[in-house]
Design a protein around this ligand. Structure first.
Ligand code: SAH
Length: 232
C-alpha cells in the first residue's frame, strides 16, 4: 500500500483569513486534519485551533489529539498522538496536523515533528503568522527598527526578572504572561510603552496600551505583551 503524506500547517493567530494560501490549500487537499486540544471540559474538546478550522469552513474529517500542557505524562500523549497520525499516513492518507500561530514557535507541533523524524516519515512544513506578529500590527508602532533587537520571553519567572531584562535596549515579547499576577502595577510603574493583546484575531480580541485598563482584568492564557524600548 502506498504511503500518504504528512503536512504541518500553521493556522495563524486566530483570524481564519490570516492563514497562508499554501496552508489553506494543504487543508483542502487533506484526507484527515488533526488538531491539538489541551483538555476535555464537560466532555467537550476545547481548542483554539478548532475554532480557526471552523471559520475556514473546510469540510474534511477533523480529529482532536490530546496534548495536556502540564503533567508528567506529556510524552505519553505525544507518542499516542503520533501513532494516530502514523496509522493514517501508512494507510495512504494525506494527513495534516495544525498548530495555531506558527508551527515551531512555542508549539506542541515540534514534539510530534521530532517523532516523525525519528520514524523517518517525511513532513512538509507550512509556517504560520505567529500571534506576536499579528499583535504588533494592532500596536500601530513598528516592532523593531534599525539596530534594535528583539527578545522573546515565555512564562516569565518574576517581575524582577523582567525588569532586569528590560535594561537591555530591545523590544520584548512576553508569551504565556498569565503565569504571573500583578501586571497592572508592573506596567504602570515600568515607565515603558507597551501593547497588551489578548485573543488576537478572534471575536473576543482585546488590546490596550493603557495600564489602567488592566487593573481589574483577568489575564487569560491567550494573551501576550510587547514592551517597546525607551525612546532614544
Ligand atoms: N504557536 C503560537 C504560540 C503558542 S504558545 C504562535 O506562533 O503564536 C501560546 C502562547 O501564545 C499564549 O500563552 C499567548 O502568549 C500566545 N498567543 C497565541 N495565540 C494568541 C492570540 N491569538 N492572542 C494573544 N496571544 C496569543
Amino acid at each position: 500500500m502506498n504511503k500518504g503524506t504528512f503536512t504541518g500547517v500553521g493556522l495563524g493567530p486566530g483570524e481564519p483569513e490570516l492563514i497562508t494560501l499554501k496552508g489553506f490549500r494543504a487543508l483542502q487537499a487533506a484526507d484527515i486534519i488533526f488538531y491539538p486540544v489541551s483538555s476535555l471540559e464537560n466532555g467537550q474538546h476545547r481548542s483554539f485551533s478548532a475554532n480557526i478550522l471552523d471559520g475556514l469552513e473546510i469540510n474534511k474529517p477533523c480529529e482532536p489529539l490530546l496534548f495536556p500542557m502540564k503533567g508528567k505524562e506529556t510524552q505519553k500523549f505525544y507518542n499516542e498522538a503520533f501513532l494516530r497520525i502514523k496509522d493514517e499516513y501508512e494507510n495512504g492518507k494525506n494527513v495534516v496536523l495544525v498548530s495555531e500561530g506558527d508551527l515551531f514557535f512555542y508549539s506542541t507541533f515540534g514534539y510530534v515533528f521530532k517523532l516523525a523524524k525519528e520514524a523517518k516519515i517525511p513532513c512538509r512544513l507550512i509556517p504560520g503568522i505567529p500571534a506576536f506578529i499579528a499583535a504588533s500590527a494592532l500596536g500601530e508602532q513598528p516592532l523593531v527598527e534599525k539596530t534594535t533587537g528583539l527578545e522573546v520571553m515565555a512564562k516569565p519567572e518574576s517581575f524582577d526578572a523582567i525588569s532586569e531584562a528590560l535594561k537591555r535596549q530591545s523590544t520584548f515579547v512576553i508569551m504565556k504572561m498569565s503565569v504571573l499576577d500583578g501586571w497592572h502595577s508592573f506596567l504602570k510603574n515600568c515607565g515603558r510603552s507597551f501593547l497588551y493583546a489578548e485573543r488576537v484575531g478572534t471575536g473576543n480580541e482585546f488590546f490596550t496600551s493603557n495600564a489602567d485598563e488592566l487593573e481589574f482584568r483577568r489575564i487569560p492564557y491567550f494573551s501576550l505583551l510587547i514592551v517597546y524600548p525607551e525612546n532614544e
